[in-house]
Write a new protein. Structure first.
Length: 396
């Protein structure tokens, strides 16, 4: 899936850019439990006694120790493949109540695809002082094959992308503090990556971006977030907001001086019609200074190849409508658009794309608000399908 390409492509980003995503996954377990703080009942068994359909709530509520996870990769950019690993839990997920009591989680896993991309990841999330502090540590080692389409509007590379290989070895550590009894968190993340970069020797040197075959990037990022979603898996109500600003440079272990800034806003709410839910997401990112080409932001929408549209600045938005039309089954429709550019003073040199599609969902774990299914998405560049477990906009 296009989104999987991004995850693969920025295995480096798993620390430098996806550090937040890991933190988000942790909050996910919390938020969703908050949304479902009713006591466990027979309805959480598999099959569920309230409607007879298969349900994993009981397993998620009582199981602890470790859980195996397997996820197919269907991203056209890296080819078909799979990701999998083990999640170790310190206590059952059913112990989560009102944002507190979240289990400590450790993950070890990896991925591989048919174009030769592969990677391994280890991450650990802990909560301290009665859930007042959350810590996260992650390690990534990967080798990913991607295409470079240029930054912003580049007519040459748009049609003739350059094949390149990223080999990041990265580490990230993060700590966040929750203010009082509020839903506001603030913290810092340090990330470091040593990355090997190589282009296909058949590509003409004149078209290559400025890059070092071996480089280090190190930076400190400040993060502030607010989360009132009723679940992190498939929300039907609530708000998620996040702002971040990172400083990268030699004093922090890197070779280049640059900054990264980002804003994310996601809103969910039920519509007046029964069992119809609407969500909208918007975000913007910018890289300032001498950021390596592979650390510039890119448009991330279903149907748009990962890292296909890169620029020094990007903005994007996507809307989704879900109709749970019969028992546990839902239909989903979505549409989105984004644009990239390289200079705030030259917005007429903007490169944009629109995508959309549809899919279906099955309510896999009712107590946790977890739906899973398949999306088919279309854009001018490709048609792609995605295996979705939870929201396509998974956030902490």
């Amino acid at each position: 899936m296009q989104r999987q390409r991004r995850r693969a492509a920025l295995a480096l980003g798993a620390c430098l850019l996806a550090g937040p995503a890991l933190a988000q996954t942790s909050d996910a377990a919390t938020a969703e439990a908050e949304a479902n703080d009713a006591p466990t009942t027979e309805a959480s068994q598999a099959p569920s006694s309230d409607d007879g359909w298969p349900d994993l709530s009981e397993f998620l509520t009582k199981k602890y120790g470790f859980l195996p996870i397997v996820m197919p990769i269907t991203e056209p950019a890296v080819g078909y493949g799979a990701a999998g690993g083990l999640v170790f839990l310190s206590s059952p997920l059913g112990g989560v109540r009102d944002g507190l009591g979240r289990p400590n989680i450790t993950f070890v896993g990896g991925f591989g695809t048919e174009n030769g991309s592969w990677g391994v990841l280890a991450a650990d999330m802990r909560h301290w002082l009665d859930d007042r502090i959350q810590t996260l540590a992650a390690l990534v080692y990967a080798d990913v094959n991607l295409d470079f389409h240029g930054l912003g509007k580049d007519s040459v590379l748009n049609d003739s992308p350059l094949r390149y290989e990223l080999g990041p070895k990265a580490v990230a550590v993060q700590a966040r503090y929750r203010f009082g009894e509020s839903l506001v968190w603030a913290g810092l993340r340090y990330a470091f990556a040593a990355t090997e970069v190589s282009f296909d020797p058949s590509d003409e040197a004149a078209q290559l971006p400025a890059y070092d075959s071996s480089s280090n990037a190190g930076g400190l990022t400040a993060i502030v977030s607010y989360d009132s979603r009723n679940t992190i898996f498939t929300p039907t109500a609530g708000t998620y907001l996040e702002g971040s600003f990172g400083l990268f440079g030699k004093v922090l272990g890197g070779d280049d001086e640059f900054q990264r800034a980002g804003l994310v806003a996601i809103q969910y709410f039920p519509l007046p019609a029964a069992h119809v839910y609407f969500g909208v997401r918007g975000d913007a990112s910018a890289a300032l200074g001498d950021a390596p080409f592979y650390l510039n932001p890119f448009i991330s929408l279903r149907g748009v190849p990962v890292m296909r549209y890169q620029g020094e600045e990007i903005a994007q938005a996507e809307a989704e409508l879900r109709w749970q039309f019969w028992k546990r089954f839902s239909l989903v429709g979505f549409v989105g658009g984004g644009a990239t550019w390289n200079d705030f003073e030259n917005l007429d040199d903007t490169h944009g794309v629109v995508s959309g599609g549809g899919g279906f969902r099955y309510e896999l774990a009712r107590q946790y608000g977890l739906h899973a299914g398949v999306d088919i998405a279309f854009s001018p560049d490709t048609t792609a399908f995605y295996i979705q477990v939870g929201s396509a906009w998974m956030r902490p």
